[in-house]
Ligand binder design. Structure first.
Ligand code: TXA
Ligand code: MG
Length: 337
């Protein structure tokens, strides 16, 4: 699949940790245990490694990923952490709490990991093997649960092998995950904290420390004390970056004054071209997608372009997620989510 070859099973000793860290730094995918569930790890700053994660999971969509760090200090270099975030980190890190915060200006984490959002989810796991690996790797590691899309989150190395053998470089055997349930995800990117996913840290524990926390109703609308219903729609909550310029997909001809997002040999006549992948490689295209849209939008606005034309990307493998994103970028504004 991704040229992964056979999947190595690594022991959590010095040699295994060194091997796992080296593989991660080389852009390969390594599953490792955390206290919640096993994560499928990749170098957060390497867009092709991040694209490889979606590919290995077979995700039809680019859901944003959680970036993992050995310490709060390391995590807070990549995001803008206020007093609330620091208080929560003090109380619950290392542990099963994920904080969604605005990306720092110089955040090195791939835009693909944020799935086009202005925010990044960060977490410091408490599992000693995970912490040792993150410290040794010395890079931010994005890790969704190490299951195929739609599968059940794995809590043992054997579960991970059953799901992903042959699709990833290695599994670091870290024993059975103690919590067995994913981390709690708390959005701190706007005035009121909002619980996005219940998990390993109970809501009551959070509220004891920071007061009322908003929730997402069954209809997907944030509710709770301090929340004005309808003020923040779920579309806004998870609203992806949409280019300012109008986007047309599946074009076979470029209109006058259009920018072009190319896949393979570019069509003629564009004002400016951004190449997703010269050779038609879907992983490379996924890795470059969000960069490309932002870049074309910025340059196009300055050049007075009328819009962005996008060539056809085949709807197979990672192409499904790429097309899902492109179709939403091209949807009539306000209906993109
Ligand atoms: O316990 C866990 O959190 C595990 C272990 C491996 O750390 N990881 C995990 O990752 O469950 P994943 O990708 O399966 O779930 C990530 C959750 C999703 O619900 C996703 O939508 C949310 O976090 N998320 C990530 N980044 C986000 C962001 N920038 N804004 C809003 N939600 C975000
Ligand atoms: Mg998951």
């Amino acid at each position: 699949m991704s040229g992964a070859g056979p999947t190595e099973m690594l022991r959590p000793d010095g040699m295994g940790l060194a091997r796992a860290a080296a593989l991660l730094r080389a852009g390969r995918l390594v599953a490792f245990g955390t206290e919640t569930v096993y994560g499928l790890g990749g170098d957060a700053t390497n867009p092709e490694a991040v694209a490889g994660i979606y590919e290995a999971k077979g995700r039809p969509r680019f859901n944003p990923l959680i970036s993992h760090y050995p310490t709060a200090e390391a995590a807070f270099r990549d995001v803008r952490a206020g007093e609330l975030a620091r208080k929560l980190a003090e109380a619950f890190w290392p542990g099963p709490l994920t904080l969604v915060l605005r990306r720092a200006a110089a955040c090195p984490v791939s835009l693909l990991a944020s799935a086009g959002l202005e925010t990044l989810a960060v977490r410091v796991p408490s599992h000693p093997v995970a912490r040792a690996l993150l410290a040794e790797a010395g890079i931010a590691v994005v890790a969704p649960s190490a299951n195929r899309s739609g599968g059940i989150s794995p809590t043992t190395a054997a579960h991970v092998m059953a799901e992903l053998e042959g699709r990833i470089a290695a599994v670091l055997d870290s024993g059975r995950s103690a919590v067995g349930l994913e981390s709690t995800v708390l959005d701190l990117s706007s005035e009121t904290p909002v619980l996005l996913r219940p998990g390993g840290v109970a809501l009551e524990e959070l509220e004891r420390l920071i007061g009322p926390v908003g929730r997402i109703s069954a209809a997907g609308i944030p509710t709770g004390p301090g929340q004005h219903p309808g003020l923040r729609s779920p579309g806004l909550l998870l609203s992806h970056y949409a280019p300012t310029l109008p986007v047309r997909v599946n074009v076979t001809e470029v209109a006058p004054n259009e920018m072009l997002l190319a896949f393979g040999p570019p069509l003629d006549g564009a004002l400016t071209v951004y190449q997703l992948s010269e050779t038609g490689d879907l992983r490379q295209a996924a890795a470059r997608l969000f960069e490309g849209l932002r870049w074309l939008d910025g340059v196009g606005l300055r050049q007075g372009a009328r819009g962005i034309a996008v060539m056809t990307v085949p709807a197979e493998g990672l192409g499904l997620a790429i097309n899902d994103r492109l179709i939403r970028a091209a949807a009539p504004r306000g209906k993109a989510e």
